[in-house]
Design a protein around this ligand. Structure first.
Ligand SMILES: Nc1ncnc2c1ncn2[C@@H]1O[C@H](COP(=O)(O)OP(=O)(O)OP(=O)(O)O)[C@@H](O)[C@H]1O
Length: 132
């Protein structure tokens, strides 16, 4: 997912270019937005964390771009490409190093397992949209 700060700043195209250049194939893509409630569902694993309410507000503050990506070893390679959650700790050449503004407004989200990638893909896309 490309998060609201990056979409609002006009960085979606540059981020998708980095993703494609790193060897990922985009198999589904959608510009959309999340209500606070839907954002809360997406990040439900964090509901006990102190930043949960801020995260819901931020994730529903503007348009987001949802994508399903395909590649060998996609989850691990995408986590490497996006870089550390906190951009201050993100390595040179990562998406977050280049585009993230803060630990919250950190430009992109990546699934943390194959299982969650399936669930998160289905959160945004119907089967037909993903495998067309
Ligand atoms: N300490 C924090 N303060 C504010 N927001 C935070 C903090 N930690 C995480 N977040 C926000 O919650 C999101 C989810 O946190 P998580 O620990 O799962 O990081 P991540 O796996 O790198 O990010 P994501 O799940 O978005 O790919 C972060 O991307 C960030 O937007």
């Amino acid at each position: 997912m490309i998060k609201p700060d990056a979409v609002a700043d006009g960085n979606s195209g540059a981020i998708l270019k980095m993703i494609e250049e790193a060897g990922f194939r985009i198999v589904a893509l959608k510009l959309t937005s999340l209500s606070e409630e839907r954002a809360g569902q997406f990040y439900e694993v964090h509901k006990e964390r102190p930043f949960y309410n801020d995260l819901k507000r931020y994730m529903s503050s503007g348009r987001i771009m949802a994508a399903v990506l395909e590649k060998e070893n996609a989850v691990a390679d995408f986590r490497k490409l996006i870089g550390a959650t906190n951009p201050a700790q993100a390595e040179e050449g990562t998406i977050r190093k280049k585009f993230a503004k803060s630990i919250e407004a950190n430009a992109v989200h990546g699934s943390d397992s194959d299982e969650n990638a399936q669930l998160e893909g289905s959160f945004f896309f119907s089967g037909l949209e993903m495998y067309a």
